[in-house]
Design a protein around this ligand. Sequence first.
Ligand SMILES: [Zn+2]
Length: 422
Amino acid sequence: MNPIDRIVAEVDRAADEIVALTQDLVRIPTVNPPGDEYAACASLLGDTLRRHEFAVEFIVADGRAEHTSRHPRVNVVGSRATGRGPVVHLNGHIDVVPPGDGWTTDPFGAVIRDGRIFGRGVCDMKAGIAAAVFAAEAIRRAGVEPAGTIEISGTVDEESGGFAGVAWLAERGRIARGRTDYVIIPEPLNVDRICVGHRGVYWFELTTRGRTAHGSMPFLGVSAIDAMNAVMTAIRRELEPALARRVTTMPVVPDGARHATINVNAICGGQPIDGVQTPCVADCCTAIFDRRFLIEEGFAATKDEIARLVKGAVSSIPGIDFELRDLMVVEPVLTPHDSPVVSAVGGAIRQVLGSTASLVASPGTYDHKHVARIAGIRDCVAYGPGELELAHQPDESCRISDLVSATKVIALATLDLMGGGR
Ligand SMILES: [Zn+2]
């Protein structure tokens, strides 16, 4: 048998083990926030990788405020070299969002039903981590020794920005251009799709300030809520229609996320709703906005447009001051379609599933941003088992057949990126 057939056969033979590792990972409730059980999950992953002949290191984000003795931020990185050549890094986040309500099974039971594994974090993205681990293991069991290195990392806090996870490893040069050639992140993007990037994020806070007065004589004050309302109206009437007309050439899914968007995350003005009320004109109102911008728009123009819009809206109200504050900026990322990592995963999808991969971009961001912006690595995609729509939902699950197929795809893509093997 040729190396590809041997690897595919080894994945099939390991199917029960892949499922069992997924279940073991899901049964460790690595809920974020606050960041529970990271050390236990990292050590399970580290032990598994050691058994598969990886050299394993634990990298603790001890310089970050969110790293505490109760909730240590522990990342694990395994490395296995079978010769000199490209370094392929498979990265998965070990944290999961809180289970929430509406489950029909134990969210941390990892129950199997109708050919699927159920649990919080199954598809986002513990099945993906198990797929990465067994992709590498199938290559080893098949006796194929490609010239290069496979790295597998389990990192923390992706759901809350990844600053103690992938960003931490990238800032320390553990994932870096010159050291790491290709990165595959097995996020749940559906088994026949390759994700090449995401839109940009601009979170900002707007505070309007007026002047308080007695609520029985509101005409003597200047309402900060009225000013915020003027801004909201301008967003609805002017900005949103303009954003809807801007469509990116990036293949963002779903279709509605193909254009620029804005969402109001929070708003708070005047007196606390649950406090005792007094008759006062609101002298302060604050709102937080989430603007998703396109690679074609760029951040500078996006920020500028917001500043002009706010200024225009409140200028009609005498006596109002405002303040705009940037909370978070994430630049869009896009892996070139001719990147070797895109063609390797695409070729592997064709071999395993017999179908042509579609290229997609994510509506939201994930750890790709740190790989691209901090580590400076161009060749990164997300590809993994699980349906994107089920992430963060009650009764989250992953089809076992998809898990096995994705393991094969990741194995063959990794082999291809390492120049094949004997
Ligand atoms: Zn995820």
